[in-house]
Design a protein around this ligand. Structure first.
Ligand code: 2DT
Length: 212
């Protein structure tokens, strides 16, 4: 590799852990120090597939559970050429949710195994760092009411959290748990420190493949 590539950094966690706020702050702080950085979020609701997903999440349409799982995965794959191009140009990608949300949410439904849920995402660009913003159900409840989208109930979110914990047991992925109950600035400082060291470690490594 001629030039240093960018790092692929993912933020995961249950609803209201502060992922979106922290993604924005991380992008801003990388820009301030002159790093090339690009923000992505999944689902990307702007594409044709993303619009189908968005309508499903807003309860405006129903989709069969396996089908919607595969659409979420397809919505990542359709962005892979762009992701690879950016990384190879030296741009760091900060991503709000990735395949781990895909597996955690679908496998929280009855009769879905983690193994089945992972299969369509095997081979995606592998994150150099996955930051898991950890928040207890009690702390999440203090942050106000859930929204009105599909999956936004405390019983479902607790099952999702259990699935994330199972995924984090695997050490093939560089998981780092961040205590999301701290202040926004404290969480940001932790995330920034972990991200900068992932950036340096990734620079001379080829882009790996997830779960392969
Ligand atoms: P937000 O747009 O508020 O993050 O909500 N989800 C997400 C899945 O079920 N599968 C996936 O692959 C991904 C990326 C999590 C999006 C909702 O969609 C769920 C919450």
């Amino acid at each position: 590799m001629a030039c240093k590539r960018g790092a692929l950094i993912v933020l995961e966690g249950v609803d209201r852990a502060g992922k979106t706020t922290q993604c924005t702050k991380l992008v801003e702080s990388f820009r301030e120090v002159g790093r090339a950085v690009h923000l992505l979020r999944f689902p990307d609701r702007t594409t044709t597939i993303g619009k189908l997903i968005s309508s499903y999440l807003e309860n405006k349409s129903d989709l069969e559970d396996h089908t919607v799982h595969l659409l979420f995965s397809a919505n990542r794959w359709e962005l892979v050429p762009l992701m690879k191009k950016k990384l190879e140009e030296g741009t760091t990608l900060i991503i709000d949710r990735y395949a781990f949300s895909g597996v955690a949410f679908t496998s929280a439904k009855p009769d879905f195994s983690i193994e089945w849920c992972k299969a369509p995402d095997v081979g995606l660009p592998k994150p150099d760092l996955v930051l898991y913003l950890q928040l207890s159900p009690a702390a999440a409840a203090q942050r106000g009411e859930f929204g009105t989208e599909r999956y936004e109930t405390s019983s479902f979110q607790q099952r999702v959290q259990g699935r994330f914990e199972q995924l984090m047991d695997e050490n093939s992925v560089n998981w780092q748990v961040v205590d999301a109950s701290q202040s926004i600035d404290e969480v940001h400082d932790n995330i920034k420190r972990l991200s900068l060291s992932a950036l340096t470690a990734a620079e001379h490594q080829p882009i790996a493949e997830l779960w392969r």
